[in-house]
Design a protein around this ligand. Structure first.
Ligand code: KG4
Ligand code: ZN
Length: 369
């Protein structure tokens, strides 16, 4: 079916790359503004909680069970029937392959049955384009993408072109939040749990490292910080035969402060690089699950104030994984690419910037994408 790109379009989005089964409908103009008509996210936290992390097989099975229900709900909330949908966008990678395959198979089946165009979308493009869905942000802009599986500074040039300035060389910050939460007996996902405990803690009590600040550029590392937090926890336990609630809160606050300091300082460096190239577009956007963290948002806002740069962060529900960002990315990319055919395949790895060399270890760790 040929799309009339000048008309307002209803896009169904499907996301299943990690542990959230999501479906959404956005309505808007190809390459232009859009609104979210519905956004259904079914989490799987309780299914994985006994295992201390996301179990790919359990995640994939849960996606298969919940995807069609989620699509039904997304259509119902949007008060639309499938025949009123103009195109289908689906996360084609990166992510846990079983989950991505589940979403791609459903999207292909829907496209085949209805004749609607199908757009396979990079999950990271979904996060990176969200500021344009929720705010009045124009290209180009600097994006800090911080999630459970990724951490990178990107120049978003258009809906399809992203240039990476740097990123983590090992763990992503969300992964570190999740692991540290486990170390100090907090619930998963670790990010929100640590943020909540950190409110009662002293961020200065434990001197945790700020990795890679001694190295030029905006690459980052979070794996050593996690190990340092483990060592500090063990020292506290050895001294006082256990962790008091105050120890737990102080560890959470000290860890969060270290992540926040690293992201703030590396954002300064990324901004310097970015502003040298694009001084007339002074905007920093943050997206991804870790962007839901208020301490980190506040630190980044402060950095932007120092540089007299606009700061944008999507609403919390659109920072963590959702399908509205996937539907929107499909809509945003429509004028610049062809739809996919039935050969669309799910990919566990899918770099956003294919021109930058992959960093050693980058993106090779972590269940999340
Ligand atoms: O973007 P997302 O939903 O999934 C990925 O694509 O990775 O991000 C999930 C990650 C988890 O690691 C979670 O602990 C972290 O984002 N996260 C947070 C917060 N909310 C979610 N990290 C720090 N503070 C938060 N408030
Ligand atoms: Zn994500």
């Amino acid at each position: 079916m040929e799309l009339q790109l000048s008309e307002k379009l209803n896009i169904l989005g499907i996301e299943s790359s990690c542990d959230d089964t999501a479906a959404a409908v956005v309505c808007g103009y190809a390459g232009g503004s859009a609104e979210v008509l519905s956004s259904i996210v079914v989490g799987q936290t309780e299914l994985h909680s006994a295992f201390g992390g996301v179990v790919p097989e359990i995640a994939a099975r849960a996606h298969v069970e919940k995807l069609d229900v989620s699509v039904g709900q997304a259509l119902a909330y949007a008060q639309l029937r499938m025949d009123q949908i103009d195109a289908i966008a689906v996360t084609a990678g990166p992510g846990l392959i079983g989950g991505v395959v589940s979403g791609v198979m459903l999207a292909k089946a829907l496209a085949a049955a209805t004749g609607k165009p199908l757009y396979g979308v990079n999950h990271l493009a979904g996060h990176a384009l969200t500021p344009r869905l929720t705010g009045n942000v124009s290209f180009p802009y600097l994006m800090l993408l911080v999630s459970g599986g990724h951490c990178q500074f990107l120049i978003a040039q258009d809906a399809l072109t992203f240039h990476r300035l740097g990123g983590t060389i090992d763990d992503a910050p969300g992964e570190a939040f999740d692991k540290v939460a486990r170390l100090i007996s907090l619930d998963q996902p670790g990010g929100p749990a640590i943020e909540k405990r950190a409110y009662d803690g002293d961020p200065k009590r434990f001197k945790l490292p700020r990795p890679l600040l001694d190295r030029a550029g905006c690459d980052m590392s979070f794996s050593g910080l996690k190990t340092a937090t483990l060592r500090t926890r063990d020292e506290v336990i050895a001294e006082s035969q256990g962790l008091t609630p105050q120890d737990q809160a102080d560890l959470a606050a000290s860890f969060q402060a270290a992540v926040s300091d690293v992201l703030a300082e590396k954002s300064r460096r990324a901004l310097r690089e970015y502003l040298k190239l694009l001084p007339q577009h002074p905007t920093l956007c943050v997206a991804g699950g870790v962007a839901a963290n208020m301490a980190i948002r506040t630190a980044l806002k402060q950095v932007c104030a120092e540089f007299d740069v606009e700061f944008t962060a999507p609403p919390l529900a659109l920072c963590t994984d959702n399908a509205a960002m996937i539907a929107y990315a499909g809509l945003a990319q429509m004028p610049y690419r062809e739809p996919d055919d039935m050969g669309l395949s799910a990919k566990p790895r899918m770099p956003l910037d294919t021109s930058s060399p992959t960093m050693l270890g980058h993106g090779k760790k972590g269940a999340k994408a």
